[in-house]
Design a protein around this ligand. Sequence first.
Ligand code: GAF
Length: 361
Amino acid sequence: MKIKAPGRVNIIGEHTDYNDGFVLPFAIDRYVEVEASLSNKFVLTSKLYNETVEVEKNEKRGSWTDYVMGVVWALEQAGYRVEAFEMQIDSTLPTGAGLSSSAALEVATAVAIVKLMDHRIEPKDLVQICVKAEREFVGVRCGVMDQFTAVFAKKDHAILLDTMTMDYEYVPLNLNNYEFVLIDSNVKHELASSEYNKRRAECEAILKALNKRSFREIAEKDLAALESTLRKRAKHVLSENERVLKMVKALKDNRPFLAGCYLYESHASLRDFYEVSCDEVDFIVGFLKGRAGVLGARIVGGGFGGSVLALLRKGYTEFSFEELDMEYRKLFGKSIKVLHVNSSDGVLFSHFISPGSVNAT
Ligand code: GAF
């Protein structure tokens, strides 16, 4: 049985999904695909790493196999029986590019197992199981955005998700003469997961210092009580949440220039207040800024490398990607990669999932 789950681009709302905030992602037409069949042992093959590994149930190896075995573990924790299987993993989604290849692998794995074992599951439970795998098995204390998008995304739409209530709304992606393009910086930051967990800890420290239960209870005037690093982090989260809602309005009102301004504002906030950008990504955004045909650009995903999301006029920009690549190579000794992507469905629309409660073991 073959199952594929998409990667995602977040238009805006970065580092808000573990702070009870808003996000606005869409799924892209780049996928992780798994092919699974029942077996008497767990044998996993990654075409990307050209590796086949036999793994014990619950075995953590500190490698790509943890995303699969983390899902096995989290499904069993939730009461779903999982028997051994063989699985081949293939991907058209670049890893480390900030496009959420790990969530795509988790979601594809979870759907494949649920189907192999003939379980019934609610899509929202599927999301939470994959999040738990990543947080508690892999060890990255992620929010819910990536797994939610791989499950719930709908072609030609972004999803406005309120991560506090888990309410969501599909927002049509009518960009007319404009398009989103991704520019992969080819920087895969070694510190990404430890720095990510550090930002989460800082956000918890903000709540503690202000004696609040949620970021939604914090107002701009409260920030004066925080020491300077925490104040910067909180400033980003509060302003980014506002930008998500403003972006939704700009898209609905068909105002792409305004949408572009919010992308630049978000980048500046992630660079200066949340401090999750890097020189290479800042250079790409700086190179694009102010050129005809470029409406906006910003870093996407967890940060410390990965990709830039740019909103460009279709068919004309004042610069060429060759020019950008040439300057980039001179400065950083490596190339950019340009990805033209389309929106895509999540597994909910591309693979039938039988909703319902646990088939208890
Ligand atoms: C990573 C995480 F997995 C997401 O949950 C989210 O926090 C994102 O970084 C930053 O917005 O992709």
